[in-house]
Design a protein around this ligand. Structure first.
Ligand code: AMP
Length: 541
């Protein structure tokens, strides 16, 4: 027997429609690439997005066609999104930090027809234009006065939409229609495309708005430092208009001073970014003796939170830290580190210890861990295994079938992460499956070692990798980038680890480098480090 309820397709255009009707005056504030601050509202964004839809339709764009962006977080970028998605075309956010050749490869693989981009990236686009096989139309986020000279025949965004109708039919297609395309960073082999549907994006939005997840309301002011090209700015480009929260868009400037200025002048209450951004902000705050009176919550994810960042926010600035784990394939939020009820009143060290873990999945996400034979492992908070995930907004495969079948027979997706889960469902990542250091058949967590090492004031960044060892197969080498003006010794670094990890986890050696290489999403590029240190001989070998 069927239920007798309305069929209300879950399409993302309904999110902006809701924002227009309920929160038309709530603002989107953008720092433009030119440096000036501009303000618009959800009401205006709705109209501009409809104009984008009409401009795209004139270019022949329709259901399923891919429209790419290379853009910073901005109100114009939001309009490009909703204008594309509203007519059932697919918004493909390209990560501009990728190598230009990889950008060309991705745009060709996706068969993008239109590319809308910030002028910051004009040199990249001009350099690869000969390789872009499918893009017919280039649009630059600019107006008549700020439009740069170019060899692409590009049009300025504001002129492209100028005078167009603000009426256009949105939705009117099945909720399973593709809506967004985002390629994974591709540390091995070619990047693979994750193809979000309207339904998965709407469900992810509903899931992440709850109190134990992002937890925001219409009276919040949200600053997504995390870029829209990094898995939908962790869904904020959808959940902010859905709640009616103001958005503050940092554009290209993500240094400590620029972020502080926005946090302060716009009275931001919630912000989100990877740890490296917060390190820059905290340094700036400390150097200038500043406080964060308006900020109530900072969401940190993309890689594990170092303890010094957690404690600085919570104890020095009284800002609630929410650790988040996820991946492009999980839309991206998989777990959030809000405190479970039994720990809300626990002592500060217990709460900090809990918050260093990646957290618990909200309703809509299922997690489990398995061993190498794919057998379920216990939820005891100690046993580590491969982390599998299943849910309403989890990838079922990759664009064009790349990578083959990715789900097991019960529909679980292998995240490639290694984790433990405790009896309350709190998940703790202990490593990437490919980064685990295998010493004498046992696993050493590179993340644990790194997090403790960066707690040393003389250490800016640290990476632990497995180096060949004749007896143990692999032993850890700790690679350290010194903090500015500091020159820590091997002994000082190893002392920092003493008593905080099992003795046999202690790195066999410490190597110092000028800079630890980071990948396109700000994570340590271990592949590059393994290549650099492939012939390294440990003193113990
Ligand atoms: P991406 O698809 O580029 O967002 O990368 C996803 C991967 O980043 C995950 O599979 C994890 O390995 C890592 N990651 C994301 N968030 C965290 C976190 N909070 N702690 C540790 N690793 C994380």
């Amino acid at each position: 027997m069927q239920g007798i309820m309305q069929d209300w397709p879950l399409t993302v255009d309904k999110i902006l429609e809701h924002a227009r009707l309920q929160n038309a005056d709530r603002e989107i504030v953008t720092r433009r690439v030119e440096g000036n601050i501009v303000r618009t509202t959800y009401g205006e964004l709705y109209n501009v997005s409809k104009q984008v839809s009409n401009a795209l339709k004139d270019e022949g764009i329709g259901l399923g066609d891919r429209v790419a962006t290379l853009g910073w977080n901005s109100a114009r970028h939001m309009a490009a999104w909703y204008g594309t998605m509203g007519i059932g075309a697919v918004l493909h956010t390209i990560n501009p930090r990728l190598h230009p050749e990889q950008i060309a490869w991705i745009a060709n693989h996706a068969e993008d027809k239109v590319l809308i981009f910030d002028k910051t990236f004009l040199p990249i686009v001009e350099a690869i234009k000969g390789e872009l096989k499918t893009i017919k139309t280039f649009v630059i986020f600019a107006d008549k006065d700020t439009m740069p000279e170019n060899s692409l025949g590009a049009v300025a965004f504001d002129l492209w939409i100028d005078g167009r109708s603000t009426t256009c039919r949105w939705g009117d297609f099945p909720e399973t229609t593709a809506c967004g395309l985002c390629y994974t960073s591709g540390t091995t082999g070619n990047p693979k495309g994750v193809l979000y549907s309207h339904r998965s994006n709407v469900l992810h939005t509903l899931v992440t708005m709850s109190k134990d997840a992002m937890g925001m309301g219409a009276d919040d002011v949200v600053l997504p430092v995390v870029p829209m090209f990094h898995a939908n700015a962790w869904g904020l480009a959808l959940s902010c208009p859905a709640t009616g929260a103001n958005m503050v868009m940092p554009g290209a400037q993500m240094d400590g001073a620029s972020i502080y200025e926005l946090l302060d002048t716009e009275k931001v209450t919630i912000t989100a970014a990877v740890p490296t951004v917060w390190l820059m902000l905290l340094t700036y705050l400390q150097e200038n003796n500043l406080k964060l009176p308006h900020l109530r919550k900072v969401i940190i994810g993309g890689s594990a939170i170092p303890e010094n960042i957690l404690r600085a926010f919570e104890q020095d600035y009284e800002v609630d830290v929410v650790h988040a784990w996820g991946m492009t394939e999980t839309s991206p939020l998989g777990t959030l580190g809000t405190l479970p009820p039994h720990l809300v009143d626990a002592d500060v060290d217990t709460r900090m210890e809990q918050k260093l873990k990646q957290g618990r999945p909200p309703f809509g996400v299922e997690l489990k861990i398995v061993d190498d034979d794919h057998k379920d492992l216990p939820r005891d908070g100690e046993t580590s295994g491969r982390l599998l995930v299943r849910g309403a907004a989890i990838a079922a495969g990759y664009f064009k079938g790349d990578g083959g079948d990715v789900l097991d027979e019960d529909g679980w997706f292998d995240t490639g992460d290694v984790a433990n889960i405790d009896q309350y469902g709190t998940m703790q990542i202990t490593d990437r499956a490919k980064d685990v250091i295998k010493s004498g058949g046992e696993w050493i967590s590179s993340i644990d070692i790194e997090n403790i090492a960066v707690g040393h004031p003389k250490v800016a960044n640290a990476a632990a990798i497995g180096i060949y060892h004749p007896k143990w197969d692999e032993r850890p080498l700790l690679i350290v980038q010194a903090a500015e003006g500091q020159s820590p010794t091997k002994e000082e670094v190893l002392e920092q680890l003493e008593g905080k990890i099992a003795k046999w986890w202690t790195p066999d050696d410490v190597a110092f480098v000028d800079e630890i290489p980071l990948g396109a999403t700000g994570k340590i590029n271990k592949l590059a480090l393994r290549e650099t240190f492939k012939d390294y001989k440990l003193p113990t070998a």
